[in-house]
Design a protein around this ligand. Structure first.
Ligand SMILES: Cc1ncc(COP(=O)(O)O)c(C=O)c1O
Length: 349
């Protein structure tokens, strides 16, 4: 819930509060770009470990081509460079759960030579600050998804193209009203769950989460986010929020890397700016661990399930093994130690 996040009264204008660059969701921002750019989209290059619903949406626009994700959730840079050179995609989605391909110098050099290619930095799982933005050319866009970090809906789109103006997009429609209402219900139940520590209420909040997840990004018309959400974001103390997440992540990292099990692995860079802390659990232990922790009232789940309609080219092993642990503002260091202790206990059983 927003009220439970750290606030800052001074407006810091983290990613700009221009209404025409603030969409209801990542998918709406994507549709906004596609509507405005003058490029025929045929080939879209994406990572092989990525959000299945968003992949399904891209598939409506062009053929999906893949670059590889490593076991430690970083991107396999040679496979990325090779894919860009050989496929010559019209759109590239830059994303890695732990690090974007853009962090590599050779990637930046190559993309800089392809000004016609739309490059989208998918920042759905991280908090983006203005200082983080590096543009390789004017068709380079950044999109975040603040519902992954807070109780509000919205996605900032940052670019240098000046192509996107609010008059091109829908400001109000039934999709926006329904999504906002579902988000409100989910957050209200979340807050009650937190206050009364009820498992039954947690189940209810999951229902609204699922409903919203199924609805968000499905509307054909790119829709702008609400002015209120945009303003709330500008008053959140993101530096404090990031520092808290990093502190929790470093405790997870230290404690969990101490567990020596051949079917359990913690990516070494997992203390970066992330929305959830990742670990990999292979084989039957994956489901067993989730079930065991649920009996201890600990929320843990897979990052993404494999899509029900198969998409060839995905890294099935990662979909089956990556689990994520909470890194919310409400999570304390003590909670993290308890989670680690339970995981340790599970593997010792
Ligand atoms: C990596 C990634 N990108 C994009 C999205 C889509 O974000 P939104 O729900 O804001 O449309 C998701 C959704 O979970 C995601 O995981």
């Amino acid at each position: 819930m927003v009220s439970l996040l750290p606030l800052r009264w001074k407006n810091y204008n983290w990613l700009g509060s221009q209404e025409d660059q603030f969409f209801l969701s990542f998918a709406d921002a994507w549709r906004g770009i596609i509507k405005r750019v003058d490029i025929k989209v045929r080939k879209i290059l994406v990572p092989d470990f990525y959000c299945p619903e968003t992949l399904a949406m891209y598939k409506n626009y062009g053929t999906l081509l893949f670059y590889k994700t490593n076991q430690d959730l970083t991107i396999d840079i040679p496979s990325y460079l090779m894919a860009v050179k050989s496929y010559r995609p019209d759109v590239i989605i830059n994303y890695g759960y732990i690090s974007s391909p853009l962090q590599d110098k050779n990637v930046r050099l190559l993309l800089g030579k392809l000004p016609e290619t739309i490059v989208i930095e998918d920042c759905a799982h991280r908090i983006v600050l203005k200082d983080d933005l590096v543009f390789v050319h004017s068709n380079h866009f950044y999109i975040d998804s603040i519902r992954k970090q807070t109780g509000i809906l919205g996605s900032h789109l940052v670019d240098q193209s000046q192509l996107l103006k609010k008059e091109h997009f829908s400001r109000m429609n039934s999709y926006k009203i329904k999504s906002t209402w579902l988000k409100f219900l989910q957050e209200a139940i979340n807050l009650s769950t937190y206050l009364v520590q009820s498992r039954k209420l947690y189940g209810k909040s999951e229902i609204y989460f699922e409903k919203l997840d199924n609805l968000i990004g499905t509307y054909e018309e790119p829709t702008l986010g609400s002015v209120l959400s945009g303003n709330i974001w500008n008053h959140l103390d993101l530096t404090k929020l990031m520092a808290h997440k990093q502190k929790l992540a470093s405790v997870y990292l230290k404690r969990l890397t101490g567990i020596k099990q051949e079917n359990f692995y913690v990516p070494p860079l997992a203390e970066r700016n992330l929305s959830y802390f990742p670990c990999l659990v292979y084989g039957a232990n994956n489901e067993r661990l989730v079930e065991y922790l649920a009996t201890r009232n600990i929320w843990i789940g897979s990052l993404w399930d494999l899509p029900s309609r198969q998409i060839a080219g995905l890294n099935n092993d990662l979909y089956r093994s990556v689990l994520v642990l909470p890194l919310t503002w409400k999570t304390t260091v003590n909670d993290v130690m308890l989670v680690c202790q339970e995981i340790d206990y599970f593997f010792g059983m």
